[in-house]
Design a binder for this molecule. Structure first.
Ligand code: ATP
Ligand code: MG
Length: 300
């Protein structure tokens, strides 16, 4: 989809699924989270993300049909394919929004297939949605402050126990500061106290990326972050993605605008009818006969 208009699959997604960043705050388990956080920074030669033989059926519909690929550390990898190729469903299966019918997802060689979104986010793998899912009734700042993992204040006992209360307040202050820094990074700090529901489509995309970053991820899956965004904002978003990449983040980007893919992604994966049709550099993809055929003459 190249616009913000929901397609059938996205409406289906929004009906019964939970956003990874919403879900992160559901369970405090600070100790558990600290262990996972420490494990995250153990250097590993394995690619941060690998998908093997992924299959997803919805009743009689096969949305993903044996997709296999890996994403290199620190890369900005493009995931493209015609409408309905299975890109968003692949993202959903990777991040635990949907349980795959078959196949495996590896995060740095650990099998994480079927883990719930909040667990995936704790490990360091988050996604943004094709249709932004911020909490409309909350302010922009509140949306960001809700995202980080392992907030001790969410434990009622800790929040009211003298001595621990100070810890809770200090952590909240740290999160608030981080939220302001993140808003500043995306240049939406002037919107901090605005209700998220009042933002424009482009501003919502920025907010969603900002929320994803608040979970301190390693791998970020971006589902059409530029759809419906004006050219100035588009440039800003791409610029931020490149900056973050230089800081060591890994991105997998779904985008329909081929110029954006060709100009920004060093590696491109093409999906068609639920599986991977081709992979390579932008130039290799552009000249690939099977890819050209899959797009039925659309400009690639
Ligand atoms: N929750 C669902 N229930 C039933 N069918 C679904 C569901 N989600 C996706 N599908 C179907 O699976 C197929 C792949 O959809 P998906 O949204 O993954 O494609 P996509 O590559 O992201 O397409 P687009 O470029 O239009 O966003 C489509 O035929 C879609 O209608
Ligand atoms: Mg999609």
């Amino acid at each position: 989809m190249s616009s913000d208009v929901p397609d059938a699959s996205d409406v289906a997604e929004t009906a019964d699924e939970v956003d990874a960043t919403d879900a992160v705050s559901d369970e405090p388990e600070a100790n558990d989270s600290a262990v996972e956080e420490a494990a995250k920074h153990v250097p590993s030669g394995a690619p941060p993300l690998r998908v093997e033989g992924l299959v997803k059926h919805f009743g009689g519909v096969t949305a993903v049909d044996g997709a296999s690929f890996e994403v290199e550390r620190g890369s900005l990898t493009g995931l493209i394919g015609p409408n309905g190729a299975g890109k968003s469903t692949t993202f959903n299966c990777i991040t635990g929004v949907h349980e795959p019918t078959a196949g495996s997802v590896y995060f740095k060689s650990e099998d994480v297939t079927g883990l719930e979104p909040y667990r995936m986010a704790r490990k360091g793998l988050v996604r943004t949605f094709q249709i932004a899912r911020e909490l409309e009734e909350m302010t922009v700042l509140e949306n960001l402050m809700l995202a980080p993992k392992g907030q001790i204040g969410e434990s009622a006992i800790r929040a009211v126990t003298p001595g621990l209360r100070r810890e809770v307040i200090e952590q909240e202050e740290a999160i608030r500061e981080r939220a302001w820094e993140t808003l500043d990074f995306f240049e939406i700090d002037h919107l901090a106290n605005e209700h998220a529901g009042n933002l424009s489509g482009g501003q919502r995309k920025l907010l969603e990326m900002a929320r994803a970053l608040m979970t301190d991820p390693e791998v970020v899956l971006l589902d059409e972050p530029l759809a419906g965004v004006n050219p100035t904002l588009e440039e800003k978003i791409l610029d931020r993605i490149h900056q973050l990449r230089e800081d060591g983040y890994t991105f997998l980007l779904v985008e329909h605008d081929m110029d954006v893919i060709m100009n920004n992604c060093e590696h491109v994966i093409v999906m068609h009818q639920g599986s991977v049709l081709a992979e390579g550099t932008g130039d290799e993809i552009r000249d690939n006969e099977r890819v050209i055929e899959a797009y039925l003459g659309e400009d690639i």
